[in-house]
Design a protein around this ligand. Structure first.
Ligand code: ADP
Length: 326
C-alpha cells in the first residue's frame, strides 16, 4: 500500500451539530501526525466539481462551537453513478489526495463503500447524523444535541398542552429509527413514543389510548418518529380523528429545528475523539471502516456492518417509558 501523504476531508448528506468539531479534530490530528490536509467542499459534489482547498490549522479555528459544517454539505446524484465516481477519483488524484475521511450518515458511508470498492483508496468514515441509526456505534455525532433540542421544544409545548387538555403528537426526525423519539420522550417526560421498530409488535396508538391517555390524563404528549410505517404524526392524527373522534388532537413537526444549534459538550467531545481516531486508523493502515464508540471505547466498524440498517432499539428503554407514563 502506498504511503499516505495527503488526506482529503468532506462532510456529506444531512448536516449534524458537531461536524465542525470533527473537521477540526481530523485536520489538527492529521497535521500533528505529519499529513497534509485538503478540505473538499459540498461533499461528493465538490470532489467531482473540484472544490478543494488546502487546510491548515487556522482553517479550523473558532469552529468547535458552531452547528452546521464549514465545509458545507450536499447530496450528489452523479456520485451514485460509476462515471461520477471515476470523475471524483480523477479530481482526487489530481490533488494528490491519497486517503479520504468522510463525515456523514448512512447514505454518505454507502457512497464511501462503493467508492472504496472501485478504487484503491483508504477511506475512514465518521458517523455524522442526528438520527443515531448507524450500527456499531452507541452514539453518532449530532445525536445528543438534537436530543437536547427536542427536550427543550417539548418542555415548551407541554405548557400549552396542559392548559388545553389536548393530545399532542410531536414528530421528530429519525428516518425510520426511533432513537430520538424514544429517548426524547424519556427526557421530556412525554407519555409515549411511537416508533417504527415496534410497529409490527403492537398497535401503539390503540395501546396509548387504552392504557395511558384515557385512564388518568387530560392531556398527553406523544413523540412520534417520522416514518411511513407508522404514518408519522400527521398519519396518526388522521387515525385519531377517525377512530377516536372524542379527542382533540394537535400536531407539531419539529423539522429542521432539530439539526441546528451549538453542539453539546458530549457531541463536541465525541466528534473530537472520533476525528483523532480517524487519523489513527489511517496511520494503522485501516481502510473502509467507520469510527464508532462502543461502551465508551473507540472501535472500527467495517462499512458493510455500519450501514446494515438494523441497529436495534433498546427494549429496556421502551419498557422504562411505559412504566413512567402511568
Ligand atoms: P446521509 O449521509 O445523511 O445519509 P444521503 O442519504 O443523502 O445522506 O447520502 C449523501 C450522498 O451520499 C448522496 O447524495 C450520494 O451522493 C451518496 N450516496 C448515497 N448512497 C450511495 C450509494 N449507494 N452509492 C454511491 N453514493 C451514494
Amino acid at each position: 500500500m502506498a504511503k499516505i501523504k495527503t488526506i482529503g476531508l468532506l462532510t456529506s448528506g444531512g448536516d449534524a451539530p458537531g461536524m465542525n468539531a470533527a473537521i477540526r479534530a481530523v485536520t489538527r490530528s492529521a497535521i500533528y501526525s505529519g499529513f497534509k490536509v485538503k478540505g473538499i467542499y459540498r461533499g461528493y459534489r465538490g470532489l467531482i466539481t473540484d472544490e478543494i482547498v488546502d487546510f491548515k490549522t487556522q482553517n479550523v479555528s473558532n469552529i468547535v462551537h458552531h452547528g452546521g459544517t464549514i465545509l458545507k454539505t450536499a447530496r450528489c446524484k452523479e456520485f451514485t453513478t460509476p462515471e461520477g465516481r471515476q470523475q471524483a477519483y480523477d479530481v482526487m488524484r489530481s490533488h494528490e489526495i491519497d486517503a479520504l475521511v468522510v463525515i456523514g450518515g448512512d447514505g454518505s458511508l454507502s457512497g464511501a463503500r462503493e467508492f472504496a470498492g472501485e478504487f484503491d483508496i483508504p477511506i475512514v468514515g465518521l458517523p455524522g447524523t442526528i438520527d443515531n441509526d448507524l450500527y456499531g456505534t452507541d452514539h453518532t455525532i449530532g445525536y445528543d444535541t438534537a436530543l437536547n433540542t427536542i427536550m427543550w421544544c417539548v418542555d415548551r409545548i407541554r405548557d400549552t398542552a396542559s392548559s388545553h387538555e389536548r393530545l399532542f403528537f410531536i414528530e421528530v426526525m429519525g428516518r425510520n429509527a426511533g432513537f430520538l423519539a424514544l429517548n426524547g420522550a424519556i427526557a421530556s417526560g412525554a407519555e409515549a413514543a411511537i416508533i417504527p421498530e415496534i410497529s409490527t409488535e403492537v398497535d401503539q396508538l390503540a395501546e396509548l389510548i387504552q392504557n395511558g391517555f384515557r385512564k388518568s390524563k387530560n392531556s398527553s404528549i406523544v413523540l412520534v418518529a417520522e416514518s411511513p410505517i407508522t404514518g408519522g404524526a400527521m398519519g396518526l392524527a388522521e387515525r385519531v380523528r377517525k377512530e377516536y373522534p372524542q379527542y382533540d388532537v394537535r400536531v407539531t413537526i419539529l423539522g429542521h429545528l432539530q439539526r441546528g444549534g451549538s453542539p453539546t459538550a458530549q457531541d463536541r467531545i465525541l466528534a473530537s475523539r472520533m476525528g483523532a481516531a480517524a487519523v489513527d486508523a489511517l496511520l494503522e493502515g485501516q481502510r473502509n471502516v467507520m469510527i464508532g464508540d462502543a461502551n465508551d471505547e473507540i472501535v472500527y466498524v467495517p462499512f458493510n456492518k455500519a450501514i446494515k440498517k438494523d441497529k436495534p432499539i433498546d427494549h429496556d428503554l421502551v419498557d422504562t417509558l411505559r412504566r413512567l407514563s402511568i
